[in-house]
Design a protein around this ligand. Structure first.
Ligand SMILES: NC(=O)c1ccc[n+]([C@@H]2O[C@H](COP(=O)([O-])OP(=O)(O)OC[C@H]3O[C@@H](n4cnc5c(N)ncnc54)[C@H](O)[C@@H]3O)[C@@H](O)[C@H]2O)c1
Length: 318
């Protein structure tokens, strides 16, 4: 029988620390050819400005097959609904039998936060200092929580195009984590003071400029997931050391890089590595204190499979 889990069940079943470890391993398995992950299917729902994504993945060494169904509707918050809905169907790969059907909004937040945490661990110049977060919606909460697992945040800068969202997250962050928080009215201010910058917006236009970013900064850009979307200006991408979650997925979806390549500012060969190659020790990570590192994540089914494997084990399956 299929066990059904709510977001609350998923949050109670898993710790963010174990999700970070599982996602780190999943990136390495993917980048060393040990995960079967076809390109995800995008179904644009143009009339309603939404997208449906289908994300299957089989990871033999994790003993899991999963498929995530996720919808992204950037207009939903104005209807009082979340931008993202997601469900994760987890099967026993030995028989194909579906074992767990989980709400996957929280799981998506956790595994995306985990990707940023892994990037900070492997690419950041420092794991203590100032953190800047642009975009203060649902993902930002998990991004912050996961960053705090690997970084001592001395000061938190927040910016959102809707100022009240930044204020709300700031109040939460100081109440929950005792952080020293400043709401930045301009991205420029946040960028010029942060050691690590996370962008977690639904923006389709780039808002982070190269000249605002200090040497040695690490940026984790998780928002854009179509060729038309971008959070980072092309000049910033082209002048940074760029690490992606998947070269193949980035070529299809990472607008930040696609637009820099289209403008002739860089070539795909200039993408330094996949994060999994850095984790596996195949490629170096940061090589100097001055370089700006950019981790561009579009989100991979193998991250969901990593969470699925943990859930399957927790539920007593395979
Ligand atoms: N890389 C991944 O694996 C991954 C996973 C999940 C979600 N995402 C993406 O992350 C993005 C955010 O998702 P969410 O669930 O947090 O959405 P959300 O709607 O809850 O939050 C997005 C926030 O960004 C703000 N924003 C939009 N444009 C901005 C701009 N130009 N400057 C500053 N703030 C801006 C909005 O006001 C909002 O507060 C989406 O595009 C989603 O597809 C990526």
């Amino acid at each position: 029988m299929v066990r059904s889990l709510s977001d609350g069940d998923v949050e109670r079943a898993l710790s963010l620390r174990e999700v970070i470890e599982a996602v780190e391993r999943a990136f390495a398995l993917y980048s060393t050819g040990r995960a079967l992950m076809p390109q995800r299917v995008h179904v644009p729902v143009t009339e309603h400005e939404g997208t449906i994504l289908l994300m299957p993945c089989y990871v033999p060494e994790m003993g899991v097959f999963s498929v995530k169904y996720v919808t992204v509707y950037p207009g939903n918050p104005s209807r009082g609904l979340p931008t993202i809905f997601a469900s994760l169907l987890i099967s026993d790969p030995a028989t194909g039998e579906p074992k767990v059907l989980a709400d996957a909004r929280a799981a998506t937040g956790m595994r995306t936060g985990a990707a940023t945490a892994v990037s900070i661990k492997h690419l950041s110049r420092t794991t203590e200092g100032a953190l800047g977060v642009v975009g203060c919606g649902y993902q930002a909460r998990w991004q912050l929580k996961a960053a705090l697992e690997v970084m001592r945040v001395e000061k938190l800068y927040l910016h959102d195009i809707v100022r009240s969202k930044a204020v709300e997250l700031g109040e939460e962050a100081s109440r929950r984590y005792g952080l020293d928080v400043e709401v930045a009215d301009e991205v420029r201010l946040l960028a010029s003071k942060s050691d690590v910058i996370i962008t977690a917006t639904t923006s389709s236009k780039p808002f982070l400029k190269a000249e605002w970013v200090r040497p040695g900064t690490h940026i984790s850009a998780i928002g854009a997931f179509t060729p038309q979307m971008a959070e980072l200006e092309a000049e910033l991408v082209a002048s940074s050391k760029v690490v992606v979650d998947s070269r193949e997925a980035a070529k299809a979806e990472a607008g930040d890089i696609i637009q820099a390549v289209q403008r002739g500012l860089m070539r795909w060969e200039d993408v330094h590595a996949e994060l999994g190659e850095v984790v596996a020790g195949i490629r170096p990570g940061r090589e100097s204190d001055e370089e700006v590192t950019v981790f561009k994540s579009v989100g991979l089914a193998v991250q969901d499979a990593a969470v699925a494997a943990l859930l399957l084990r927790r539920m007593g399956g395979s």
